[in-house]
Design a protein around this ligand. Structure first.
Ligand code: COA
Length: 314
């Protein structure tokens, strides 16, 4: 692959303070903490805040880590499936809060959106930009019915962000990628205007496993790598059983896997950068590690990016 160079300059994330536990949900619907944990791996979810405010907080943390000012950002890409408004997009409001003076647009690729954003940022660096801010942010409590036990157990709010920049050495961290969509499956997970999410959970489960396997394989092929070359994987955090089922087919182990689902629930486009930030904080990702981000979601959409992490925090 030809690149001008692509590197992570800074990562940040944010979860709003308010927490809804499984027991809180069980007070309003026929479910239990035990059922939700066994069937999904989720223990709680965060709620509150607007998508723009959550996005701005995560983005400012990422910019601080990258040691850049608003004038250094050439483009904002905001992946979200729960925008503040149907129109306009949420990215201009985030740019306003941050004091950016650059292009700003939303990416609506549901839970795959942040990984789509990374690949698109790479394209913008190829076009000559120096720095792109890629944010995944969700206020899913706006479109979730917390009395519906089919969907209400799953979703929560949060945001994660990365400043990616052109590397003057030409060295690239982005080794391979894959993006895909299959609109045959629109009806298995959707929200109509003004309404909440509706879902055929079993079919989403099945399609997610298939999509993850295919997308991981495509990205590995592009990177010229094998499964064993991947040091760590961060999958979209939807259901731990989906991840386990996909890993049986692909050959990854849970030891290599970054999970934060118990703490966050499914935060859609925010889920992968939320895990990435925590793994960096915990020292689980080290300089030179090869890391795969593997997203899937409504649409269906899916996206994978394989990066060799060059190091942003010590
Ligand atoms: N609490 C308690 N019991 C529940 C329940 C809940 N929240 N939801 C369903 N049940 C019951 C069902 O009524 C059924 O009871 P029965 O056996 O007496 O008929 C039983 O539990 C099994 O239900 P089922 O629908 O087969 O559960 P499941 O194992 O498929 O799990 C999901 C349901 C939603 C957790 C699961 O299908 C899933 O996670 N799918 C993917 C969803 C997803 O990730 N969406 C986002 C993608 S980005």
């Amino acid at each position: 692959m030809q690149h001008p160079g692509f590197r992570f300059a800074g990562i940040g994330s944010y979860l709003p303070d308010e927490i809804v536990t499984n027991d809180d949900l069980a007070a309003n619907m026929d479910t239990s903490d035990q059922w939700i944990r066994e069937r999904t791996g989720i223990g709680q979810r965060h709620v509150g805040g607007s998508t723009s405010s959550l996005a701005a907080e995560a983005a400012s943390r990422a910019m601080k880590r990258a040691n850049v000012s608003p004038a250094d950002i050439d483009q904002l890409l905001l992946a979200t499936t729960s925008p503040d408004y149907i129109c306009p997009g949420t990215a201009p409001a985030v740019a306003e809060i941050l004091g950016l003076d650059c292009g700003a647009l939303d990416i609506q690729a549901a839970c795959s959106g942040w990984v789509y954003g990374l690949v698109m940022a790479n394209g913008l660096l190829l076009q000559g930009m120096k720095r792109v801010l890629v944010v995944g942010a969700e206020a899913l409590d706006q479109i979730t019915d917390y009395t519906d036990r089919n969907t209400g157990i799953l979703f929560g709010n949060g945001a994660g962000a990365a400043v990616v920049e052109a590397d003057p050495t030409g060295e690239s961290e982005l080794l391979g990628w894959d993006m895909g969509a299959d609109g045959k499956y629109v009806s298995i997970l959707y929200a109509e205007h003004g309404d909440v999410l509706k879902m055929d959970g079993k079919e989403v489960f099945r399609q997610a496993v298939t999509a993850m396997q295919r997308s991981a394989s495509n990205a590995l092929e592009m990177a010229g790598l094998d499964v064993d070359d991947i040091d760590l994987v961060i999958p979209h955090q939807a259901n731990v059983r989906i991840v386990e089922a996909a890993w049986k087919r692909i050959g990854f182990t849970m030891e290599k896997t970054g999970m934060r689902l118990e703490e966050t629930g499914n935060t859609s486009a925010a889920s992968i950068p939320l895990v990435l930030d925590k793994m960096l904080d915990d020292g689980r990702i080290r300089e030179g590690n090869t890391v795969m981000f593997l997203g899937f979601g409504a649409g269906m959409t899916w996206a994978t990016a394989i990066v060799r992490y060059a190091g942003e925090r010590s």
